[in-house]
Design a protein around this ligand. Sequence first.
Ligand code: PLP
Length: 393
Amino acid sequence: MASANPKTIYMDNNATSRVAPEVVEAMMPYLTESYGNPSSMHTFGGQVGEAVKTARKKVADLLGADPEEITFTSCGTESDSTAILSALRTFPEKRHVITTRVEHPAVKNLCDSLQTVTGHKYKVTRLKVDSEGMLDMAEYEAALTDDTAIVSVMWANNETGVIFPVEEMAAMAKQRGILFHTDAVQAVGKIDIDLAQLDIDFLSLSGHKLHAPKGIGVLYIKRGTLFVPFLTGGHQESGRRGGTENVASIVGLGRACELAGEKMAEENGRVKQLRDKLEEGLLAKVPKSMLNGHKTARLPNTANISFEFVEGEAILLHMNQHRICASSGSACTSGSLEPSHVLRAMGVPFTAAHGSIRFSLSVYNTEEEVDFVIEKMPAIIASLRKMSPFWKG
Ligand code: PLP
């Protein structure tokens, strides 16, 4: 497949991805002539309702779920909040939540607010990770108590791509009668998921990470799992989520899931080869560079690499001059350059955490692009190191 834009080398797909042309094509009728409300009694609206139904089936098929288990939301963040708050409302007597130290802010900040906003009514256990970003299952087992309302553990990390053993963790929660939610926003479309076989109660996904538009998400709710809606209103989504459906985006997400299902094995194999080439090339050519995250238990598209003694933001600016798009593991928060909470939780040394860059590829990347990035990066890092007071090279 050709590059998204011949002038831009886009390797920031964990931030957001290109809407696939096939998805745009599927959406167009619902942005133009087929504008009916799927809840209307007339045929004009009813046809739109049929399109939503078809899309729901396509999403369900990708996940190994039943269509009735799929609820459309506005984004991954809404799905995450809905799942966790539903569990707390279902079991008001339970006051304990288990999560990890490396969750996306959609879960991390909600869990933080459960403590701060409620005057510490809830106890939150944040599981540690080791230097490769992996969890300690003994710590997890010990954390499960009769007071635990829900476990929320991401399937794959957005910064490092590290994959957690959510299948096993969900089974352990189930044995104790505890609900299990997974934020699978980065996993869906990149690895095989078959929910029919698993004890996962809730799963969140987001359209814009798998070549559908921004502003559409899904919450999978396992049949039989007790559920309290977050957005109450109309009877849409079988009363599970009020609000007139975002029809065009739902149709687009259905098409994106269909494409992912058809091409996943083949395309992700190719993406992994490109990612591996990029990773090996950079680690070989740039001295004092290192991979963050487990080498194999990782998404096929993600490489998080630290270039020691340089600032991630400075690297990104130089990459930008070559029209290469990626992300850095540090964020400019309130004037201070703090490395990401994920890398800090992994114990990545300060000098390396500051210079981390996340490359996240997609099916639209090409080998020429990878070669170009491998060619440009050593000079970018060398020029920045010349200015670094810490570099003794
Ligand atoms: N969870 C993870 C792991 C993510 O990577 C993201 C987005 O970056 C989200 C949740 C939030 O998804 P959305 O942007 O659809 O709210």
